[in-house]
Write a protein that binds this ligand. Structure first.
Ligand code: NAD
Length: 453
C-alpha cells in the first residue's frame, strides 16, 4: 500500500494499493487494446467525449480541489483554480481532433498529402507539485490526437489522478483509454520508459530524473518530451513600476510554497532602486498568510514532505543573508516561512540550485547588459519576468534571455492556449497551446498517383 500523507498535519490521510511492474504491464496492455478503437472514433465524437470529460471534472471540482489541497498542501483557493484549469485544458483540446490538419504538397504525377497520426500508447509521468493540472496538460493533447495513455502520478500525490480515472469512465471515455498506475518511479516509471509497447514518454519532474529517462528511452527510440526544473529570473529595472513589481514578486516565488518550476527565485534588482524595492517587498511578504490549506484566506501552505523541509532548510543556514521573513505555524506539518535573502551573488548555491521551497534570492545588478548576463548564467531556462516602463528595452531583453516563457510587467507563465516549456536543461518540447499536439502525433506522408497512364 502507499500511505498518502497530508503535509499540513504530517498524518496519513489515505492508503491506496501500490502498483508495480505487473500492474504497469497490465495498464499498457489495456491501453494497447483500446488504441485501435479510440483512434478510429470520429473527430466529432472524440471532441464530444473530451467536452464530457471537462464537464465531469467541473461537476467534481469541489471534491477534487479538496483532495488536492489536502494531499499537496496547497491553499483551497489555488486548488479550485487548478481544477478549473484542468477542465479548461480538456475543453481547449476538445477542438483538437477536428483541427489536426495535414498539408497538400505540389508534386509531379499526383497528389502528395500529409496526415497527423497518433503515436499509440503514451506514458505520462508527473510530479507532486501540481498533480492533476500537469497530468491534464498531457492528457488533453494526447487523447485529442487519438493516443491512449498510462498516467503515473507521483507517489506522494496519487489521489486526484486515481479519482480522474473513475471520472473519465463516468464521462464516457472508453475503458482502457485513460489508465492510472500509482506506484514508484523506479518500478512503474522505469517500466513505462523501457516498455516496447509505449511509443512516447511525456515527463514532468526534476532535471536529474529527466536525463535518466531520456537515456533509457533511447534504447527503443521512444519519443520523449521533458518539462524539468527552473531557476527563473525576475528582472526589475530602475524605471519599472516598483510598487507593482514588488507587490507581485512574493507571489511569483512563494506561490505553491515555492514548489513551482516557474518560481522566479532569482530576483534581479537594479542597484539604484534596491532599497525602495526591498522595503515594498517586505510589506508584501508580511501579507502572506501561511497556514491550513483548507482555511479561507490562506495564501501559502506547507511543504510537501519532511524530506523537502530538510532540503529547503539547508539553504537557509546561519550564514545565509536573511533580509526578512514571513511567518509559519508551529506544530505538526512541514512548515517553512517565506524567506528573502539579500544580497546574494549569482555564484552562491542559493542562486544556482533549484531550491523548490519559499526562499528567494535578491541579486543586485547594474544596467541592461549585466541583467541579461546574470539571467542567462544558469543551466536552466524555463520562465522569467522583465519589469520596465521602456517597451523597447523590455523586448530587447526578452529576445536575449534564454528561456521558454517570459512575461513583461507580469509574472504569468501559464495559459491553456499558449505554449509552455523550457530552453537548456529545463526541458524538451512544449505543452499547452497549439504546439502540444505536434508532440503527440507523427507526420505521415502519402503520395497518390493521378496520372492517366
Ligand atoms: P521527480 O523527478 O523526483 O519525480 C517526477 C516523477 O517521476 C514522479 O512521478 C516520480 O515517481 C517519477 N520518477 C522518479 N524516478 C523515475 C525514474 N527513474 N523513471 C521514471 N520515472 C521516475 O520530481 P518531483 O520531485 O516529483 O517534482 C519536482 C521537480 O519537478 C522539480 O525539479 C520541478 O522543477 C519539476 N517540475 C517541472 C515542471 C515543468 O513544467 N517544467 C513542472 C512542475 C515540476
Amino acid at each position: 500500500m502507499i500511505e498518502v500523507i497530508e503535509p499540513a498535519k504530517a498524518e496519513v490521510m489515505a492508503e491506496v494499493p501500490q502498483a508495480g511492474i505487473e500492474e504497469t504491464d497490465a495498464a499498457v496492455a489495456r491501453a494497447r487494446e483500446a488504441f485501435g478503437a479510440w483512434r478510429r472514433i470520429t473527430p466529432e465524437h472524440r471532441a464530444e467525449l473530451l467536452h464530457a470529460l471537462a464537464d465531469a471534472v467541473d461537476s467534481h471540482r469541489e471534491e477534487l480541489a479538496t483532495v488536492e489541497a489536502r494531499n499537496a498542501g496547497k491553499p483551497i483557493g489555488d486548488a479550485r483554480g487548478e481544477m478549473t484549469m484542468v477542465a479548461d485544458t480538456f475543453r481547449y483540446y476538445a477542438a483538437g481532433p477536428q483541427r489536426l490538419l495535414g498539408d497538400t504538397i505540389p508534386v509531379s504525377g499526383g497528389i502528395d498529402m500529409t496526415f497527423r497520426e497518433p503515436l499509440g500508447v503514451v506514458g505520462l509521468i508527473v510530479p507532486w507539485n501540481f498533480p492533476l493540472t500537469i497530468a491534464a496538460w498531457k492528457l488533453g493533447p494526447a487523447l485529442a490526437a487519438g493516443n491512449t495513455v498510462v498516467l503515473k502520478p507521483a507517489e506522494l500525490t496519487p489521489l486526484s489522478a486515481l479519482e480522474l480515472e473513475k471520472i473519465a469512465l463516468e464521462a464516457g471515455i472508453p475503458e482502457g483509454v485513460l489508465n492510472v498506475v500509482a506506484g514508484p518511479g523506479r518500478t512503474c516509471g522505469e517500466r513505462l520508459v523501457t516498455h516496447p509497447d509505449v511509443a512516447k514518454i511525456a515527463f514532468t519532474g526534476s532535471t536529474e530524473v529527466g536525463a535518466r529517462i531520456a537515456e533509457s528511452a533511447a534504447a527503443t527510440i521512444k519519443r520523449v518530451t521533458l518539462e524539468l526544473g527552473g531557476k527563473s529570473a525576475n528582472v526589475i529595472f530602475a524605471d519599472a513600476d516598483l510598487e507593482r513589481a514588488a507587490a507581485g514578486a512574493p507571489g511569483a516565488v512563494f506561490g505553491n510554497a515555492g514548489q513551482d518550476c516557474c518560481a522566479r527565485s532569482r530576483i534581479l534588482v537594479e542597484r539604484s532602486v534596491l532599497d525602495p524595492f526591498l522595503e515594498l517587498m517586505e510589506a508584501a511578504v508580511a501579507d502572506i498568510s501561511v497556514g491550513d490549506p483548507l482555511a479561507d484566506g490562506t495564501t501559502m501552505g506547507p511543504l510537501i514532505s519532511a524530506g523537502q523541509l530538510e532540503t529547503v532548510s539547508s539553504y537557509v543556514d546561519d550564514d545565509a543573508p536573511v533580509a526578512f521573513r514571513g511567518t509559519a505555524p508551529d506544530g505538526p506539518g512541514y512548515w517553512f516561512p517565506p524567506t528573502v535573502l539579500c544580497p546574494v551573488s549569482n555564484d552562491d548555491r542559493q542562486a544556482r540550485e533549484e531550491i523548490f521551497g519559499p526562499v528567494a534570492s535578491v541579486i543586485p545588478f547594474e544596467g541592461e547588459a549585466e541583467a541579461i548576463r546574470i539571467a542567462n548564467d544558469t543551466p536552466y531556462g524555463l520562465s522569467g519576468s522583465i519589469w520596465t516602463r521602456d517597451g523597447a528595452k523590455a523586448l530587447r531583453v526578452c529576445r536575449e534571455i534564454e528561456t521558454g516563457v517570459l512575461s513583461i510587467n507580469s509574472n504569468l507563465s501559464v495559459r491553456v492556449s499558449t505554449p509552455f516549456g523550457g530552453f537548456k536543461q529545463s526541458g524538451v518540447g512544449r505543452e499547452l497551446g497549439p504546439h502540444a499536439l505536434d508532440h503527440y502525433t507523427e507526420v505521415k506522408n502519402v503520395f497518390y498517383a493521378t496520372d492517366a497512364d
